[in-house]
Design a protein around this ligand. Structure first.
Ligand code: 13P
Length: 250
């Protein structure tokens, strides 16, 4: 049975691009957007290009920041706030990405605080979770993902503005995608967590998207799984094949 959850595809450009290449990606998205009828599409440029992308997109594709801090303003050199993201017209922020967790050492508690503040500031949150290869190998995937989800959920009152991205760390930027079965298994487990710990309504309605080496070749098989409600795409979101990924459920 096809779910009633609207398919959601995010493009996380990470620290890539410049004014020229970003203008080109935006041009291609604008050309293709008439096809995005059944999918919610969001792109996340580096913060310095947020305003450019918001201004240049036609309007169907929303814009997300890749990170923000847990308060509105103050002496936090180098940081941006959810209020600033909203001020330039972006609608979303990615929080808890594995690169924030593992390259920059962000802990569950900080990520939870960022989620709470961003939602109260009025922007949507794409909250990322996922296990390391060592954790998958020692059988603790579910424990790790549940621990991360629990801290996030303690900071959410309105789930309509939250998308969960399951991104196994071993699949990010490695060309090693989770199999559709592996993704489905964890997504189903996450939905079960929501049913038990939040509510049946949230379990049914929250979108759980997959990230980690998604490309035009593997997206359709992943999209066919009942609990895969979309993707968070890194490398392939900078390329024309992003359009095929957006349309993988159509
Ligand atoms: P890749 O698609 O490049 O593996 O990156 C996934 C990711 O981290 C999206 O947030």
């Amino acid at each position: 049975m096809a779910s009633s959850r609207k398919f959601f595809v995010g493009g996380n450009w990470k620290m890539n691009g410049n004014s020229e290449s970003i203008a080109e990606i935006v041009k291609n998205l604008n050309k293709a957007e008439k096809d995005f009828t059944r999918t919610e599409v969001v792109v996340a440029p580096p913060a310095i290009y947020l305003k450019q992308v918001v201004q240049d997109l036609n309007g169907k594709v929303a814009v997300s920041a890749q990170n923000c801090y847990k308060v509105s303003k103050g002496a936090f050199t180098g940081e941006i706030s959810a209020e600033m993201i909203k001020d330039v017209g972006a609608k979303w922020v990615i929080l808890g990405h594995s690169e924030r967790r593992h390259v920059f050492g962000e802990k569950d508690e900080l990520i939870g605080e960022k989620v709470g503040h961003s939602l109260s500031a009025g922007i949507g949150v794409i909250a990322c979770v996922g296990e390391l290869l060592s954790e998958r190998e020692n059988g603790t995937t579910n424990d790790v993902v549940c621990r991360q989800i629990k801290v996030i959920s303690e900071n959410v009152a309105d789930w309509s503005k939250v998308v969960i991205a399951y991104e196994p760390v071993w699949a990010i930027g490695t060309g090693k995608t989770a199999t559709p079965e592996q993704a489905q298994e964890v997504h189903q487990m996450i939905r079960g967590f929501f049913k038990e710990n939040v509510s049946s309504e949230v379990a049914l309605s929250v979108r759980i998207i997959y990230g980690g080496s998604v490309n035009a070749k593997n997206c359709c098989e992943l999209a066919a799984k009942p609990d895969v409600d979309g993707f968070l795409v890194g490398g392939a979101s900078l390329k024309p094949e992003f359009i095929s990924i957006i349309n993988s459920r159509n």
